[in-house]
Design a protein around this ligand. Structure first.
Ligand SMILES: [Zn+2]
Ligand SMILES: [Zn+2]
Length: 228
């Protein structure tokens, strides 16, 4: 398949790579139909994220159609359309049981490396360095989704990819930051976002946090966000 791969600072190439396979009974394989480029992908491209390796597949804001599921994935079937959260969560550990999925203790096999660098390891993340799990991303034709019985959000009929893609990361991340940092009725201006950006990683990485909740953030045309 074709995939966008990291090859060093400023060097992202469209390579031919092997297609992913089911490696665990809780995996699913999806055919990517949309994948956003995140601002944080630019940090990878600019060489700010340690432990990226040549050939790593980029992309953590993914959605697509399920083409194969492992034997233990009972909530998804071939043909389902899903948005896949950035965060890979086991659904069972101490933090997952408290719905703090971004701090999952089981999905980053290189947690010790991340703990030394950041003080605490987050969950494993798609396409975001070996320190954060070394999982391939979805700027590719196909993606392996570990723990597919926990993360993916089924897309109801009638909604386009463009209407739901941002649930993979940027919308719930922004929502959670706003939810934690801003009082209702407050207009937020760009200078406030500096404070939000300084929040610790598990607070910023909010995908899954908002799944199933009503949306309360209205992004305005002006450079501010108001909590409705
Ligand atoms: Zn992102
Ligand atoms: Zn967990």
């Amino acid at each position: 398949m074709r995939a966008l791969c990291y090859h060093g600072k400023g060097d992202i190439r469209c390579d031919t790579v092997p297609e992913p396979k089911i490696e665990d009974p809780r995996d699913a394989i999806i055919k990517i139909t949309a994948c956003a480029i995140c601002g944080s992908d630019l940090h990878l491209m600019d060489g700010y994220q340690p432990t990226m390796e040549s050939g790593d597949i980029m992309g953590h804001e993914n959605m697509g159609e399920v083409v194969e599921v492992g034997s233990e994935v009972r909530n998804l079937k071939k043909g389902d359309r899903v948005v896949v959260p950035f965060v890979i969560a086991c659904g069972e550990c101490f933090f997952c049981q408290k719905k703090l999925f971004a701090a999952c203790e089981r999905t980053n096999p290189n947690a010790e490396m991340a703990r030394k660098a950041m003080g605490h390891s987050p969950a494993g993340l798609f396409g975001f360095s070996h320190m954060l799990g070394g999982y391939s991303g979805g700027q590719a034709e196909y993606l392996r989704v570990p723990h597919a019985d926990v993360g993916p959000i089924k897309v109801p009929d009638g909604l386009s990819d463009e209407q739901v893609l941002f649930l993979s990361d940027i919308f719930p991340t922004g929502y959670m930051a706003a939810d934690r940092a801003i009082r209702h009725g407050t207009a937020v201006r760009p200078q406030h976002w500096r404070r939000v950006r300084r929040m610790p990683w598990p607070c910023r990485s909010g995908p899954l946090h908002s799944a199933g909740r009503g949306w309360g953030v209205q992004a305005c045309q002006s450079p501010s966000v108001v909590i409705a």
